[in-house]
Design a protein around this ligand. Structure first.
Ligand code: CA
Length: 236
């Protein structure tokens, strides 16, 4: 995707599908394409999950055992505006019209290839204005300079010796300089992991990064922890 000047869209996906074989195949295919996937086998569990930990996009099978897909979609729409791509086995024009009218952003008809569903996910996220992270051009925040092409970072002209993950973490924070970035966002976009109690991973890397930037949590210069929310990178 580098030829377009954009990184591959990486998203926190919620897959709602009761068929274990399809679920496993989709999780594998979408994870390979860089997405972080959480899955649920039923609509009620999915609704609960959406309220507690909203994903970037929902893949919703219409044939669920506990609640009709159409009703599930209506309920999703009642609580959130998260993009929904519907998965349907029914090649039924009136059903497709019904779910699009109920607020689905797109649909795929089973059977479909992983490439197609990934392309639809990217298209929907592009339209909803999410997850398009510009790469390539160097970034500067105060005395900090990041060159994503060369994977090089300098602080006040001195080269920082960062691991790949530390660089990616710093780069993501620099892209959102001045904004608080949540741990969940970092897990999705830097680690490409579904959220779920892995906060420590982020905290540990932030503390390593802090040490390399020559600062501490008690006396921050660039990296500010906002308690209960996340991390903010800003110029001192
Ligand atoms: Ca099903």
């Amino acid at each position: 995707m580098t030829d377009t000047g954009y990184r591959h869209a990486v998203a926190q996906l919620l897959l709602v599908e009761d068929d274990a074989a399809i679920r496993a195949a989709l999780i594998r295919a979408l994870t390979e394409r860089g997405h972080a996937v959480t899955s649920m086998a039923g609509a009620m569990a999915a609704l609960q999950h959406v309220l507690e930990s909203p994903p970037d996009l929902i893949l919703l099978d219409l044939g669920l055992p506990d609640l009709g897909g159409y009703e599930a979609l209506r309920m999703m729409r009642a609580v959130s505006s998260i993009p929904v791509v519907v998965i349907t086995a029914r090649d039924d024009e009136s059903e497709i019209i019904r779910v699009l009218d109920a607020g689905a952003d797109d649909y795929v008809i089973k059977p479909f290839g992983a490439g197609q569903i990934d392309a639809r996910i990217r298209a929907v996220l592009r339209r909803s204005g999410q997850n398009e992270v510009k790469s390539g051009s160097p970034l500067e925040v105060g005395g900090l300079r990041l060159d994503p092409e060369g994977h090089e970072a300098t602080l006040d002209g001195a080269r920082l010796d960062l691991s790949r993950r530390e660089f990616d973490l710093l780069h993501y924070l620099a892209l959102h300089a001045g904004q608080v970035v949540t741990r969940r966002d970092l897990l999705t976009h830097v680690w490409r992991m579904p959220y779920g109690g892995a906060d420590k991973t982020v905290d540990v890397h932030v503390s390593w990064l802090r040490r390399k930037l020559g600062e501490t949590a008690q006396q921050p210069r660039y990296l500010h922890t906002v308690r209960g929310v996340g991390i903010k990178l800003s110029a001192p």
